[in-house]
Ligand binder design. Structure first.
Ligand SMILES: [Zn+2]
Ligand SMILES: [Zn+2]
Length: 443
């Protein structure tokens, strides 16, 4: 059969036409519409997006099948990459998005009968289609074809009125589409959650790698419950980062906590704080090897010198970082004398205990740095004299500081003291000629 050069495949023709139509429309054209028209058309655009999604899924499936066939045929060089990585370049390099598209496309084909048609018609979104196909894949094994069909139709109908989160919750109880007993539906939901949790445990993983620039990057997959716990803890640690206007007496500059940082950056710092908060001394030992990281530092460094320190695995850290970490108790300092021999400085009472910490909270109210507004919950206990020398955890030797100011105090070498008259903490940042205190908590 002769094919003329003008004849194009319907898919090609459709895509080209749509591209041309959109290409000919300036985004500024929306400015001339009334809000009511914009809302209606925005909803229509959403439906269009769903229709496009259905075709992207069909395309991904064709590529995936071709790859499978090539692999089964034993063709060389075809097994190394997944379909997701092959098409990720078409997703702006988004490998995760490309993998998800292939997975969803395959699951929809295997699990559903009407969902793809609903997506192609623009009645549901790609995310809703994903939720529905997952729900059907979790149905009890003894489900009949008719019951399955009833479940799918119910979910397609409910998708029209529920939010995505509610649709997920609805999907967990979908066996009520054919079961009448509430107890049976409860049992199915429980069974489904149990299987989901088991699958989540199997998928749980963590990896991190050294960027060789003083940072490490990681990737993890956590079961939902633990992920919620982690997110809640990070949000709590990142939350009260208001702008803090501590004026540095020497430079006249403002120190601002969390100001100008993006949300991911704040979460990153929260994560770093969380790691420092781990009760390393109470973690199980790894075949007799303690979970506590030791820092080897010179006595001179502990007292304010500039010589860098080493962690037990050989990692080098700055003198400032070593002193700050020695304060927060999550590192055991191994203090060396001038000839690199360990000094026994006593570690029986290394940390401020619960009651001295409470007493400090009562005395200081919050961060003792002048102008800081972080309350006691967000503070670390700093030792005014390096504790292993004073050998005391007396609160007259401690001061509460938020993480930011704790870094500052060590980093810039602030001098701190307890005022001999009223017993409150005072600071002299470098260049300052007078003692300053935080009047927010104590007038
Ligand atoms: Zn400190
Ligand atoms: Zn502070």
């Amino acid at each position: 059969m002769a094919v003329t050069a003008q004849e194009t495949h319907p898919v090609d023709a459709c895509v080209q036409t749509a591209r041309e139509v959109f290409g000919g429309l300036a985004t500024s054209a929306w400015d001339a519409l009334t809000p009511a028209e914009v809302r209606r058309l925005l909803a229509e655009l959403g439906r269009l997006e769903s229709q496009v999604s259905a075709h992207k899924m069909a395309a991904a499936r064709v590529l995936d099948k071709a790859r499978q066939a090539a692999r089964d045929g034993g063709r060389a060089g075809t097994t190394a990459t997944s379909t997701g990585s092959t098409i990720s370049i078409d997703f702006g390099g988004d490998r995760t998005g490309a993998d998800a598209l292939v997975n969803t496309a395959n699951r929809i084909e295997e699990q559903t009968s009407h969902t793809e048609a609903a997506l192609a018609a623009g009645d549901i979104s790609a995310k809703q289609a994903d939720v529905i196909s997952r729900a059907l894949s979790w149905l009890p094994e003894d489900v009949t074809e008719d019951q399955r069909d009833a479940c799918e139709r119910t979910l397609l109908k409910d998708a029209q009125k529920l939010t995505l989160k509610d649709l997920r919750a609805r999907a967990q109880r979908i066996t009520d589409a054919y079961k009448t007993s509430e107890d049976d539906v409860d049992a199915d939901e429980d069974e489904q959650l149990r299987r989901q949790e088991e699958a989540a445990r199997a998928k749980t993983s963590f990896s991190m790698w050294d960027n060789r620039d003083g940072t490490h990057t990681g990737r993890f997959t956590l079961p939902e419950a633990q992920a919620v716990m982690l997110k809640t803890a990070l949000d709590a640690l990142a939350a009260p980062h208001q702008k803090v206007g501590t004026v540095n007496a020497a430079t006249g500059e403002h120190d601002e906590v969390g100001f100008g940082q993006s949300y991911p950056q704040r979460l990153g710092h929260a994560f770093a704080s969380l790691v420092e908060l781990l009760p390393a001394d109470r973690l199980p030992s790894n075949g007799g090897v303690s979970a506590v990281v030791t820092v080897n530092l010179d006595l001179n460094t502990l007292m304010g010198g500039l010589k860098a320190a080493g962690l037990s695995d050989g990692t080098r850290i700055s003198a400032e970082q070593a002193r700050r970490l020695a304060c927060t108790a999550q590192l055991v300092p191994m203090v060396l004398n001038g000839r690199s021999l360990p000094l026994d400085l006593g570690s029986a009472n290394r940390y401020f205990n619960q009651s001295s910490r409470r007493a400090m909270e009562r005395r200081d109210g919050g961060c003792t740095a002048p102008g800081c507004d972080r309350d006691a919950r967000w503070c670390e206990a700093h030792h005014l004299t390096p504790y292993s020398l004073s050998g005391t955890t007396d609160i007259r030797d401690g001061a509460l500081l938020c993480t930011f100011h704790h870094h500052r105090v060590h980093d810039q070498g602030w001098t701190g003291r307890i005022n001999p008259h009223d017993g409150h903490v005072e600071w002299r940042p470098p260049g300052a000629t007078t003692w300053q205190r935080n009047h927010r908590w104590r007038p």
